[in-house]
Design a binder for this molecule. Sequence first.
Ligand SMILES: Cc1cc2nc3c(=O)[nH]c(=O)nc-3n(C[C@H](O)[C@H](O)[C@H](O)COP(=O)(O)OP(=O)(O)OC[C@H]3O[C@@H](n4cnc5c(N)ncnc54)[C@H](O)[C@@H]3O)c2cc1C
Length: 406
Amino acid sequence: MRGWEVCVSTDKTAKNPGLPNAADVVIVGGGVMGAATAFYLAQAGVRDVLLLERDALGSGGTGRSMAILRMHYSNEVTVRMAHESRLVIADFERVVGAPSGFVKTGYVLLVAPEQATALRKNVALGRSLGVDARSLSPGEGAGVLPAGFALDGVGAVAFEPDSGYADSSAVTNGFASAARRSGARIALGVGVRSVLVRNGKVTGVDTTSGPVNARVVVLVAGAGTPDLLRGVGADLPVSFVRHQVVKLHRPLDRLPTHPTIADVPGCLSFRPDSGDLTLVGIREDPVDSADYVRTVDTEVALEAMDAVAHRLGPMADAGWDGGWAGLFDVTPDWHPVIDHVPGVEGLVCGVGFSGHGFKLSPTVGRALAELVVHGETRMIDMRALRFTRFEEGELLRSAYGGTVFA
Ligand SMILES: Cc1cc2nc3c(=O)[nH]c(=O)nc-3n(C[C@H](O)[C@H](O)[C@H](O)COP(=O)(O)OP(=O)(O)OC[C@H]3O[C@@H](n4cnc5c(N)ncnc54)[C@H](O)[C@@H]3O)c2cc1C
């Protein structure tokens, strides 16, 4: 197949004989960030791109994402990224040539009384940057929520009518297919063991199928990125957090649908999905490594059901249908690093998406492509997301503390 190499051999004695031994740009990781980067590199006219994924496309955090899109953030760079990215995901068919599964449900954020000032500040920031966002009192908020929604403990409500959710697999595959149509090659089942560096300059990667030479390497390997960085002497303070997603069946007759809701005091988010499904994202439990339990804990599922039923009465009759757990790669300020890796020419990284990267993926892919092509980010100035900000003590502000609601 021209332009698309799924380099999986039928000869069991050979390791990916179709894997090229050189490419201009190698992307490590086939999550949504890797696929988006391949797409925007192709858009920028970079033809010789090879994406290496150790498993399957979207098999990391991307495939486990709740894929919620919102624009409510505490700092300018992330609002801009979320806003621009939403436009791409909502118009994916035209921009990328594939469906994104975007569903505009509206997004409602609930905060405690002591967080009301921060909420109003964030809404004002969003509005100043073109986001359709409203800050409402709890009484006004009831008007954008299903009848009978319990607002106890809530001091203020933010509402974004244009937000919702998408399909993370569709977006990843859409970006990847469009990239391959423009000549990018994608090799699945190829793990990168290390980044090869000579005299402070990238020369390629060592893979489970042998070395590949490259002028530039882009690291978007999710939870695998910190180790690859450590291998070239570049340390980032990234830790891991396990987040659980509980699948519930709504009583459709009494609750046909509901908006996407972020309950900051309750530390959970929930959104509708196809049919009668509601997905609940809950818990941010630190774990030591990328090796974690991938199923939902029964007591956490019960906790999620109670919490959602407390807000939305009809959910007391919801049925539990399993779920899954996924990993967040978290930085000290719960915002990613999108930058060149200092001290290693030709090495670029996008890491530490801290559980809210999916919605940012189009602008992340574009920024990483800009770093490769122009040496700097252009559409959105992302210097606030620089690699060195932690050692400089220049962390980004998060109105709601160290959580995914950053
Ligand atoms: C449970 C959960 C819910 C979430 N909900 C939301 C949400 O509602 N909204 C939102 O915006 N974001 C959400 N996120 C976050 C979002 O999904 C992630 O930020 C985003 O998908 C990260 O994409 P990525 O490409 O950086 O990483 P990943 O998807 O993890 O991709 C990295 C890829 O690299 C591969 N890889 C790793 N090491 C190597 C190696 N050495 N060689 C080759 N390949 C390698 C992996 O196999 C993987 O496929 C959620 C995440 C989780 C886990």
